[in-house]
Write a protein that binds this ligand. Structure first.
Ligand SMILES: Cc1cc2nc3c(=O)[nH]c(=O)nc-3n(C[C@H](O)[C@H](O)[C@H](O)COP(=O)(O)OP(=O)(O)OC[C@H]3O[C@@H](n4cnc5c(N)ncnc54)[C@H](O)[C@@H]3O)c2cc1C
Length: 508
């Protein structure tokens, strides 16, 4: 009998497992893949290590709730974070470098759009204030929720809780090019600025403005491996290649799981626990893991929730560091020239791959340690959706992948001439790939979409049975590295709070 079983070793599951194990619990983490991390992983081809997901992780400044989490779990002692220098945004003839930090970024934008100075100042003011309000609440004891249950102490958050990023920008500035620049990385959060909840955007964006962006030396696998080692060093175990097929429920309580070897379905086992934490996608918990009527109850609870977008990513190795071809930016956002207004970005997310806006990351611009001396790796990423790839035969899927790979490579070469000729290895991952490795429905990368009606307080999804907790991009507060890590920490804090309430009071 374990104290807690965690279903899935993504960042949410690993953080929950690590916090509970270091609090003295007997923790078992079960992961269907052969490595821990979910999307926070790397893979090897030849001499190069390829980053599956991470472009950058926000904040790590004093106001960042993750600092407390990372300090507690020894992350800063074991993992090195490389600051990411700046962003380049290209849009038609426009080519703007946005420095990190509120003052520098605001100054650069005011210089380029002096007639919009008041709106620009208001934008940064509100984004930073929302982030400050959020960071005023300590994380321990699951008290991040306090922020949302006492919104009157958070006036900016309260005021904008129903506002989308697009609506907010429309209310502040007129110039569409400026709106696109102020929201250049909206795809880090959702596929449409006009459905993206401003507070969720501001929490992340304010964190980037205050603390900058960072890459993990050696890739995000280093962070996942560390969290897995924290579980094991504290006496818990992380079992890989184990697919959880059922969450057991007795008398309205989660009491354990049934699991088997991932690819063969053999070696089935049942393990019992006082608590189950689900890191795998909540829709899968409802549909596949919980018995009815509890699965149906959870299904009803999330019935109207829409899932967020997926991403298609082209993983690239180059025979040369790209700075030798003239690239000196870490992140380049290419807004397609067919996009004239912010309101056109959502349509562009579904445009052909020859027209869809994309981001390119050149990992050789930081000490990423992913490629041997003289080589480099990078990724081209575009928003994408399951339906673009569903219903194809194997051959059609293979051909479409080859075509999209060529298109994205050509478009990268237009930005960095010579890049295509320097490619030593290219490999495309689609929403289907994302799904295959994580089981996230539709290959979603940020869980449920962060619309105002699915964000903040509205994202508090009740488990249909006691002693079952959720810790993933699909739960509160949401997706991205930060969201998943905080969800895991919050879930573990809630488990510990439940236990402390259940403990008999000490005798006088
Ligand atoms: C290409 C790409 C780029 C990204 N870039 C960034 C970025 O720059 N910055 C950022 O902050 N975020 C980024 N993200 C998003 C971020 O990676 C995710 O939101 C976050 O890692 C999700 O974490 P999670 O805890 O929800 O778990 P997931 O990563 O979804 O992992 C869930 C784990 O559970 C396991 N699992 C599921 N079901 C079962 C089962 N039944 N039994 C056993 N195991 C199971 C899966 O195998 C998986 O390992 C990116 C994502 C992608 C794909």
């Amino acid at each position: 009998m374990h104290d807690t079983i965690v279903v899935g070793a993504g960042l949410g599951g690993l953080t929950a497992g690590a916090k509970l194990a270091t609090a003295g619990q007997d923790v078992l983490v079960l992961e269907k893949h052969t490595i821990p991390g979910g999307y926070a992983t790397t893979f090897q081809r030849g001499e190069c290590e390829f980053e599956v997901s991470l472009h950058e992780i926000d904040g790590l400044d004093e106001g960042d709730a993750k600092r407390e989490v990372f300090a507690e779990l020894g992350v800063f002692d074991a993992v090195e974070f490389e600051p990411v220098p700046n962003y380049r945004v290209r849009h038609g003839d426009g080519d703007v470098t946005l420095p990190h930090g509120r003052e520098a970024m605001e100054a650069a934008l005011v210089e380029a759009f002096p007639e919009e100075a008041a709106g620009i100042e208001r934008f940064f003011d509100v984004v930073c204030r929302i982030r400050e309000e959020i960071s005023e609440f300590p994380m321990s004891g699951g008290s991040l929720r306090t922020l949302l249950t006492a919104p009157f102490t958070s006036p900016t958050l309260l005021r904008y809780r129903k506002t989308t990023l697009g609506e907010f920008l429309d209310s502040l500035v007129d110039d569409e090019r400026l709106k696109l620049l102020l929201s250049f990385n909206y795809a880090y959060y959702n596929d449409d600025p006009y459905t993206l909840a401003l507070p969720f955007f501001a929490a992340g964006q304010g964190s980037y403005l205050a603390g900058g962006g960072h890459y993990v030396k050696g890739g995000s696998q280093a962070l996942s491996d560390h969290l897995a080692s924290v579980v094991e060093d504290a006496g818990g175990s992380v079992e890989l290649g184990r697919l959880v097929t059922d969450i057991l429920v007795e008398d309205g309580r989660a009491t354990g799981v049934r699991h088997e070897k991932t690819n063969t379905g053999t070696d089935a086992r049942t393990d019992r626990a006082r608590t189950v934490v689900a890191n795998g996608a909540i829709p899968n918990v409802a549909e596949h893991l919980l018995p009815d009527p509890h699965g149906a109850d959870l299904h009803a609870e999330i019935g109207d929730f829409e899932r967020g977008p997926s991403l298609t990513t082209l993983y690239l190795a180059f025979e040369t560091p790209l700075c030798e071809l003239g690239n000196d930016h870490y992140s380049t956002f290419v807004v397609d020239e067919s996009v004239d207004a912010l309101s056109e970005t959502a349509t562009n997310s579904h445009a052909s791959f020859g027209r869809r806006s994309f981001a390119f990351v050149d990992y050789s611009q930081v000490a990423a340690d992913l490629a041997p001396e003289g080589q480099s790796t990078g990724t081209v990423a575009t928003l994408d959706e399951w339906d673009n790839w569903a219903g194809l035969t194997d051959e059609e899927y293979r051909q479409k992948k080859a075509h999209v790979k060529d298109v994205l490579l050509r478009r990268l070469d237009e930005q960095i001439p010579g890049a295509a000729d320097a490619v030593a290895h290219a490999e495309l991952a689609t929403p289907k790939t994302m799904h295959r490795y994580t089981r996230n429905p539709g290959g979603a990368v940020y869980g449920f979409a962060q619309t105002p009606s699915q964000s903040l307080l509205n994202r508090q999804i009740r488990a249909p049975v006691s002693d079952l907790y959720f810790a993933s991009a699909w739960s509160f507060p949401g997706g991205g590295f930060s969201g998943a890590i905080l969800s895991g920490y919050g879930a573990a804090s809630n488990v510990l709070q439940r236990d402390s309430r259940a403990e008999p009071a000490a005798a006088d």
